[in-house]
Design a protein around this ligand. Structure first.
Ligand SMILES: [Zn+2]
Length: 244
C-alpha cells in the first residue's frame, strides 16, 4: 500500500474569510482511493499534482468525501469512474457550509447522479482501508484508516483538522455536535495510529509534525509585482513568516 499527499492541507484564513485549503490524499492499495478532492480554488493544483504523481482522474476507483463542506468536495466531478463514498448521515443531513444553506440541495442532487455509496462505521473500501465514523464536526463525517502489516495511518479530515485540535481533543469547529466531535477525536486516538494526516495541516504523530509544510500567500498588487508571504513551521510547531 502506498499513501501520498497529493495536495497539502493548510489552515488558511484571513480577515477577508477562509481560503479553505483541504488536503487531498491518494491511497494506492488494491483500489486507487482519493480522500477528499478540495474546492475549485485548488482544482488546477490538484490536476497538476495528480499528473506529477502519474495518476489520471479516470484511474481513481473511489473518492471518499470525509464530509460535504465545500472545501472538501467540489472537485468530485473530475473522477468519472470513481465510486463516491460518503457517510450515511452526511448524505442525509450534511451541508456545504456547515449550517443550512440554499445551495446544498442542488449539490446533493448532482451527487445523486454519480455512483454514490453511503457508508457507516467499519465499511471496508479494501481489506486494508476502512471507514472510521467520526461525526460531530458535521453529522456524518468519516475518517479513513489505512493499515497494512507495517503501519497504520488515519486521514482524519476535519474531525481532527490540525495538530492543535488533536492536542485539544476537539476540532476547531463543531457544526453539528460538540460532544460527538470530542468523542470522535478520542475514538481516533484510541485506534493508536502511527501517523495522522489531518484535513488542514501537515502530518503528525503524538510527538509532533513529521513534515514541515510551508505555504505562499500571494497578493496581486497594482503594479505587475506580487507580494509573496511564505509561512512555515519550525520544529517547535510555531508558525513563522520566512520572508515578506
Ligand atoms: Zn475543511
Amino acid at each position: 500500500m502506498n499513501i501520498k499527499r497529493i495536495l497539502k492541507g493548510a489552515g488558511i484564513r484571513s480577515s477577508y474569510g477562509t481560503m479553505g485549503a483541504a488536503g487531498v490524499v491518494l491511497i494506492e492499495d488494491t483500489r486507487r482511493i482519493l480522500v477528499d478532492v478540495g474546492h475549485f480554488g485548488i482544482r488546477d493544483p490538484l490536476l497538476r499534482e495528480m499528473n506529477r504523481a502519474g495518476v489520471q482522474c479516470k484511474d481513481i476507483d473511489a473518492v471518499v468525501l470525509t464530509h460535504l463542506n465545500w472545501d472538501h468536495c467540489f472537485n468530485v466531478d473530475l473522477f468519472p469512474n470513481a465510486q463516491i463514498i460518503v457517510g450515511v448521515d452526511e448524505m442525509e443531513k450534511g451541508t456545504l457550509s456547515g449550517v443550512p444553506d440554499g445551495i446544498t440541495p442542488a449539490f446533493k442532487s448532482y451527487l445523486s447522479t454519480l455512483n454514490v455509496l453511503t457508508v457507516s462505521d467499519g465499511y471496508k473500501i479494501t481489506p486494508n482501508v476502512s471507514i472510521v465514523y467520526t461525526p460531530g464536526h458535521t453529522p456524518g463525517h468519516v475518517a479513513v484508516s489505512a493499515k497494512d502489516g507495517k503501519s497504520h495511518t488515519i486521514m482524519t479530515g476535519d474531525a481532527i483538522p490540525n495538530l492543535r485540535a488533536y492536542r485539544r481533543g476537539m476540532p476547531d469547529l463543531a457544526f453539528y455536535n460538540e460532544t460527538m466531535a470530542r468523542e470522535s477525536v478520542s475514538k481516533i486516538k484510541s485506534l493508536k495510529p502511527d501517523l495522522i494526516i489531518p484535513g488542514h495541516d501537515a502530518p503528525f504523530t503524538d510527538q509532533g509534525y513529521t513534515e514541515l509544510d510551508s505555504v505562499d500567500i500571494i497578493m496581486r498588487e497594482e503594479q505587475e509585482v506580487n507580494t509573496v508571504l511564505t509561512f512555515g513551521k519550525t520544529a517547535s510547531d510555531r508558525p513563522v513568516v520566512f520572508n515578506a
